[in-house]
Ligand binder design. Structure first.
Ligand code: AMP
Ligand code: GLY
Length: 430
């Protein structure tokens, strides 16, 4: 069968890499893809949010399953558009995607269905938000309601910082409409973990746990990024804690959605803070995480396409009955190599060297995030940087320590002008 993957990051490369291993698959397309994805899939000149063009392509090419990577097309209703033509698609529909697309929606649902999360208030004017900040003091967390490409959360250490965040979101409209409402919430302390589950709204199959590293510099310093690395499993999530997260967070929110008449199909991602007072929800995402996916997918032994088809058909129970998803017990570490200057401004077009050396290394996978091939290069050997996050160098090991060692041995072979990579990915797990 023919599969279409929508998106262009490291997450989509990991998905394409895994889908390519399925016995069910003959050909993979990716829209728009990147320089690394092009090795396993035919990349299309269609943007991830061009829903009519994607629907048209899938119909014309008789695509058996379309897998949606990023949140923006999900929030815009790409799944509804595919379903209107009865075409198999993996991901939640527009109503279900509100869980990520509107933090107000998600927080209200958590309140209604008693899902543990930071205490919060919702504001639709900057003046009221500022008064509240004055009254409650710092630290606090200011969140734009809508999608803001991962930049809509400010953990404010001072009242001034919080007020500035509100002004930027609600008055300067730095995120456009996404800042029409803001949430101000309690600042939680603890370690973070990501719990992803696959569901067709009846059956729920958890994936293995993971942990992201959001800050740009070692020891969690500097500004937030899209994610500088990840590892799986996250040993902080003990079996007892995992069960507690499933019971109090995952099942409760899915149950809440069902009671609201919303059918959730796809990946549900719960971002958790493990506080002294138990696990609390930081956010829900309605898709695979990036870079968590790069650390999770290499551990998956089951056929991903079979499971995704089952989700889209509502027959995930069959997969559950045959033992659920199977996992490699080894640990996986993904280190992101980013452009100099990221998450601020950065230059593109830097030639990447060392990829050929790393290609032969055992238990190493390099997932491309922001790369391109040089079209004028006839051998198409030269890959250049084309984004902030450039590569996710990923390695497996019998222990986290071993996976860290293997992965950094590969990272050390890769170079491009200005490259930055954290040196402490996975350290928290030791
Ligand atoms: P989110 O996009 O909601 O996951 O927020 C991005 C990051 O901000 C999270 O991964 C946390 O590191 C941090 N964060 C969000 N909400 C809170 C909170 N209530 N307390 C402390 N940190 C938070
Ligand atoms: N790694 C965080 C995210 O995918 O949103």
């Amino acid at each position: 069968m023919r599969i279409l993957v929508v998106g262009s990051g490291g997450r989509e490369h990991a998905l394409v890499w895994k889908i390519a291993q399925s016995r069910l698959v003959d050909k993979i397309f990716c829209a728009p893809g990147n320089g690394g994805i092009a090795q396993q899939a035919e990349c299309l000149d269609i943007k991830a949010d061009d829903i009519p063009a994607l629907v048209e392509f899938a119909r014309r090419e008789k695509i058996a399953l379309t897998v949606i990577g990023p949140e923006a097309p999900l929030a815009a209703g790409i799944v509804d558009a595919f379903q209107a033509y009865s075409m198999p698609v993996f991901g939640p529909d527009r109503r279900a995607a509100q869980l990520e697309a509107s933090k107000v929606f998600a927080k209200e649902l958590m309140r209604t269905y008693n899902v543990p999360t930071a205490a919060f208030e919702i504001f639709d004017t900057a003046a009221a938000a500022a008064r509240y900040i004055e009254k409650r003091g710092a630290p606090c967390v200011v969140k734009a309601d809508g999608l803001a490409a991962g930049k809509g959360v400010v953990v404010a250490q001072t009242v001034d910082e919080a007020r500035q965040a509100v002004a930027a979101m609600m008055q300067e409209k730095v995120f456009g409409e996404a800042g029409n409402r803001v949430i101000i919430e309690e600042c939680l302390q603890g370690q973070e973990a990501s719990i992803l589950v696959m569901t067709d709204s009846v059956e729920v199959i958890p994936l293995v746990s993971s942990q992201d590293h959001k800050r740009i510099f070692d020891d969690d310093r500097g500004p937030n990024t899209g994610g500088m690395g990840a590892y799986s499993p996250a040993p902080i999530v003990t079996p007892a804690l995992f069960d507690e997260i499933m019971e109090t967070i995952v099942y409760r929110i899915l149950d809440g959605l069902a009671r609201e008449g919303i059918t959730y199909r796809g990946i549900l991602y719960a971002g958790i803070m493990i506080t002294g007072d138990g696990p609390k929800t930081l956010e829900f995402n309605v898709r695979f995480g990036d870079p968590e996916t790069e650390a999770i997918i290499p551990r998956m032994k089951s056929d991903l396409v079979e499971a995704m088809l089952a989700v889209s058909e509502g027959t995930l129970r069959k997969v559950a009955r045959s033992g659920g998803l199977k996992w490699d017990p080894r640990a996986c570490v993904c280190v992101v190599c980013a452009s100099g200057g990221y998450p601020g401004e950065y230059e593109k077009g830097k030639v990447i060297t060392g990829l050929d050396q790393v290609a032969g290394m055992q238990d190493i996978m390099v997932f491309h995030s922001g790369t391109a091939r040089i079209p004028s290069d006839p051998s198409a050997q030269n890959i250049v940087t084309a984004g902030g996050r450039v590569l996710g160098v990923t390695g497996l090991g019998n222990t986290i320590r071993e996976a860290i060692r293997t992965t950094y041995a590969a990272v050390d072979k890769i170079h491009f002008d200005g490259m930055q990579a954290r040196r402490d990915i996975g350290k928290k797990a030791l």
